[in-house]
Write a protein that binds this ligand. Structure first.
Ligand SMILES: NC(=O)c1ccc[n+]([C@@H]2O[C@H](COP(=O)([O-])OP(=O)(O)OC[C@H]3O[C@@H](n4cnc5c(N)ncnc54)[C@H](O)[C@@H]3O)[C@@H](O)[C@H]2O)c1
Length: 299
């Protein structure tokens, strides 16, 4: 029996018909949340919409004594995304938690990626996250309570070969989440970011089998569930999770270099000779808001 309870809370998990979303939905339900299990049931590249994957997960949750309802809307369709939120209100009478998780891949090196592959990935991850969050936000703001988990990726933090579209979408999600963390703070709406690593159909061709064995989706979900609690005290933070490891990740700035001239205008030669200082990460500074970041530069 867990000390953490989500009893009385209503959650949406998008893309919860399989992989990480299924695992998150089942854990949230086991902690007492009523869960809208959303998934349009598509293949990993976003095509086809036939498998009632969401209903299978709902049946598993109900069989385990939990509360859940299936929703097959696509996060990419703005009015359908609003219907995901409406399903929570109509079925369970409210909404407190949103886990944006739905995703697809269309991996190709940038030279080969088509406009359609670029659009599909941006649409599902970045616009899909926007669509559902936009529908949930007024409810959270009005009731002065909400917990949002945004699913980003190491690809969005560091970039990855063959994932220009995916990396762009995922780093867009990080910027989006960080903006919401500032805007939601006074309403107790907390938005945190997950960068997971897990074996799923999305990663089965990307990682070697000996890695995949260790990367259970269930090993990621506990930190997601914690991000969904009243107790969570972070807002706008990035968490990496996989294979039983959990860490907070953040941007860091080097000690840096200050232009010699008071005008602040350095010559290119000066930049070239200061390059080592600019690059020196031996004393990194972590800054968590743009005002602090700017103030540090101005001081
Ligand atoms: N598995 C990893 O190692 C990893 C790493 C980094 C980020 N992620 C992210 O985690 C999330 C879950 O990925 P996963 O590995 O479980 O993959 P997955 O393919 O198993 O799950 C994604 C789910 O999203 C659903 N989906 C796709 N488009 C949708 C849409 N328009 N509307 C509703 N549902 C839709 C799919 O049907 C699928 O069930 C994704 O956002 C992914 O980018 C995963």
């Amino acid at each position: 029996m867990s000390n953490i309870s989500l009893e009385g809370k209503v959650a949406i998990v998008t893309g919860a018909g399989g992989g990480l979303g299924r695992s998150h939905a089942k854990l949230l339900a086991s902690l007492g949340a009523s869960v809208v299990v959303n998934d349009l049931g598509c293949s990993v590249d976003g095509s086809g919409e036939t498998t009632p994957a969401a209903q299978v997960v709902v049946d598993e949750i109900i069989a385990a004594g939990g509360k859940a309802v299936a929703n097959m809307d696509s996060v990419t369709d703005r009015s359908a995304a609003a219907n995901i939120v409406r399903t929570a209100i109509d079925t369970f009478g409210g909404l407190h938690i949103l886990v944006n998780n739905a995703g697809i891949l269309r991996d190709k090196s940038f030279a080969k990626v088509t406009d359609a592959e670029w659009d599909a990935v941006i649409d599902t991850h970045l616009n899909g996250t926007y669509n559902v969050t936009k529908a949930a936000w007024p409810i959270f703001k009005e009731q002065k309570y909400g917990r949002i988990v945004m699913t980003a990726s190491g690809s969005g933090m560091f970039g990855n070969f063959g994932q220009a579209n995916y990396g762009a979408a995922k780093s867009g999600i990080i910027g989006f989440a960080k903006a919401l963390s500032h805007e939601g703070a006074k309403y107790d709406v907390k938005t945190n970011i997950l960068c997971p690593a897990a074996a799923s159909r999305m990663t089965e061709n990307l990682m070697p089998p000996q890695f995949l064995e260790k990367l259970k989706p269930e090993a990621v979900s506990p930190i997601v569930a914690y991000m969904c609690t009243e107790e969570i005290n972070t807002n706008g933070a990035i968490f990496e999770a996989g294979a039983g490891s959990f860490a907070h990740a953040n941007w860091a700035r080097s000690k840096g270099y200050k232009a010699k001239d008071e005008s602040g205008v350095a010559s290119v030669d000066e930049i070239a000779s200061a390059w080592e200082d600019i690059m020196d990460m031996s004393e990194p500074k972590v800054l968590d808001n743009p005002q602090a970041a700017m103030a540090e530069f101005m001081s």
